[in-house]
Design a protein around this ligand. Structure first.
Ligand code: KG4
Ligand code: ZN
Length: 339
């Protein structure tokens, strides 16, 4: 079979990214311009600033990806682009650029769901991994338990009803005075703390539910800090971080194992920015070992937003014959189980 070369673009949040992949899983180049430094002083992503910077950086990022891969535009078989979910103005930059390229080059345009990309990060890390498997997707915007039935069929078994895990991490980190993005900072701080010193209530929701809720624990952390402040006592940030992390991880691990049991899956995969969390990786690995399940975790560089994962997911959509017209739009709340 002829090689399939895909140029992929990702601009759904605060990373401007472009990659060139061959046959889905071989990454020829993977360029990411992170805007984190621009948003840090506001304590979170400012959508308007994100869109403007995508616009400023996109051409350079695409040129760099092509150059690094040693690929000419004419060699490409398709252009893949994240068209949702995400920030609408940010998504529009990538979608418009991809449409322009596809039109000028007369190449197929393939739309990609951002979470499908996060799941595909596992294919980049493990060349032998094939569906079906169960995937826990945890990022700044999403927390989903997904039954990956084949490369393009996804059944959502559970999702967050309020905050995403990464969002809860970032908010709690901010409360503890850590810089944005707080997830990695909190992860590091928690290593110095005692997981059992401060206990936060776990939110399990109705019996049997595989959905999540993380807004309660956020208030739990605030209440803990406030009650200490009222008594004139100082809080121990590392213990609070470790206690918060333990509560979140326990719920994630328990529901993931339950979902694996229900679907009969013997392979579990982790995806999304929070897949970089050291305690989640460790606890999920221990639990999977106990249950005789195989755990797949993407390389750190493919956990947070990048375009290589979009190229990989786009490859499978390309093979499935999926094509978008020039009327392709950015859809901020695009659902993954649309079929
Ligand atoms: O996947 P991602 O880059 O963007 C979204 O699609 O949302 O995820 C970013 C999120 C942020 O909330 C960040 O704080 C979190 O992933 N994150 C972590 C860690 N590394 C990144 N959260 C906890 N522990 C980490 N080590
Ligand atoms: Zn993401």
């Amino acid at each position: 079979m002829k090689d399939v070369l895909i140029l992929s673009i990702e601009t759904s949040c605060d990373e401007t990214a472009c990659a060139i992949t061959r046959n889905g899983r071989e990454v020829l180049s993977d360029t990411v311009f992170s805007q984190i430094d621009l948003h840090r002083r506001y304590g979170g992503v400012v959508p308007e600033i994100a869109s403007r910077n995508h616009l400023e950086k996109i051409s350079t990022v695409v040129d760099e990806a092509l150059e690094e891969a040693g690929v000419n535009l004419e060699d490409l078989d398709a252009i893949a682009v994240t068209n949702g979910p995400g920030l609408v103005g940010a998504l529009l930059v990538g979608v418009s650029y991809a449409k322009g390229l596809a039109y000028a080059l007369k190449k197929p345009l393939v739309p990609v769901h951002h979470i499908e990309g996060h799941i595909a990060a596992n294919y980049l890390t493990d060349p032998g991994l094939e569906p079906p498997f169960l995937c826990l997707v945890v990022s700044g915007g999403h927390s989903h338990l997904i039954h990956v039935q084949d490369h393009t069929t996804f059944v959502v078994l559970g999702r967050t009803r309020d905050d995403a895990v990464g969002e809860a991490y970032d908010k709690v980190a901010r409360t503890l005075g850590l810089p944005y993005p707080g997830g990695p900072e909190l992860d590091m701080l928690a290593k110095k703390g005692d997981r059992k010193k401060v206990h936060f209530t776990r939110t399990w929701l109705e019996k049997g539910s595989l959905d999540f809720s993380f807004s309660g624990i956020k208030s739990g952390v605030l209440n803990h800090l406030n009650s200490l402040a009222m008594k004139g006592e100082a809080f121990h940030a590392a213990d609070v971080a470790a206690g918060f992390q333990e509560a979140v991880v326990e719920v994630l691990v328990t529901k993931t194992l339950e979902a694996a049991k229900r679907t009969g899956m013997d392979t579990v995969a982790l995806a999304g920015g929070v897949a970089a969390n050291s305690r989640l990786r460790e606890a999920l690995q221990e639990a999977c070992n106990e249950q005789g399940l195989i755990l797949k975790i993407p390389d750190f560089r493919y956990c947070t937003d990048n375009a290589a994962m979009i190229g990989c997911a786009g490859y499978y959509r390309y093979l499935a014959g999926e094509r978008a017209g020039l009327d392709l739009n950015a859809i901020p709340n695009l659902q993954i189980d649309r079929k």
